[in-house]
Write a protein that binds this ligand. Structure first.
Ligand code: S3P
Length: 185
């Protein structure tokens, strides 16, 4: 057990970084509740993420995402896996950091591409007809998006790389980093 834990631990990082899996395992170790922000958005909307994108576009999804996050900050305590785009701007980063401990799960874009390019549940990976974008286009688009988001992810208080390590090992290292952080401050 770690005493003096912040009320919330937020995990950020790109799609396919393993935020949900690591979040689950971390919450178990800390004996805290786990929440996946994407699940909360779907539950509140009564629709899947692809359906929300279909109906309201990305802008509509981002509005729901902001509202869900506000609700989490008001009502939830525990470990939260954010979506890859939840850190929408500097204001959001500041707000999250005021309300919990922000952790960045760092994964090279090459690993991400291998992991997620076939995923049908992530609308940003699909073309207008709902088919997977071709690999070259996807690589170009996701690399640009990753670079755009990186300065926001990098403001996390703790960064952990998940390259070449199994999730249990990552969680072990993360627990040490959290303990050091909490004890120091
Ligand atoms: C998104 C990431 C997804 C989900 C939505 C948009 C993004 O979450 O919120 O499809 O903009 O990167 P994951 O990071 O859990 O895949």
């Amino acid at each position: 057990m770690i005493s003096n834990l912040p009320d919330r631990i937020f995990l950020c990082g790109f799609m396919g970084a393993g935020k949900s899996l690591i979040g689950h395992k971390l919450a178990e170790k800390l004996e805290r509740t786990f929440l996946d922000l994407d699940d909360k958005i779907e539950e509140k909307a009564g629709q899947s993420i692809p359906e929300i994108f279909d109906e309201t576009g990305e802008a509509g999804f981002r509005t729901l995402e902001r509202r869900a996050l506000q609700e989490v900050i008001r009502e939830f305590e525990g470990v939260v896996a954010l979506g890859g785009g939840s850190l929408q701007n500097q204001h959001m980063v500041d707000h999250i950091k005021l309300n919990g401990l922000l952790v960045f799960i760092e994964t090279p874009i090459s690993v991400i591409l291998d992991r997620i390019s076939e995923d049908q549940n992530r609308p940003l990976l699909l073309d207008e007809e709902g088919n997977p974008k071709d690999r070259a286009q996807l690589k170009e688009e996701l690399t640009a998006l990753y670079e755009q988001r990186l300065p926001l992810y990098q403001q996390a208080v703790i960064t952990i790389s998940n390259e070449g390590q199994n999730p249990d090992k990552i969680v072990q290292t993360l627990l040490k980093k959290i303990r050091n952080h909490v004890e120091y401050y």
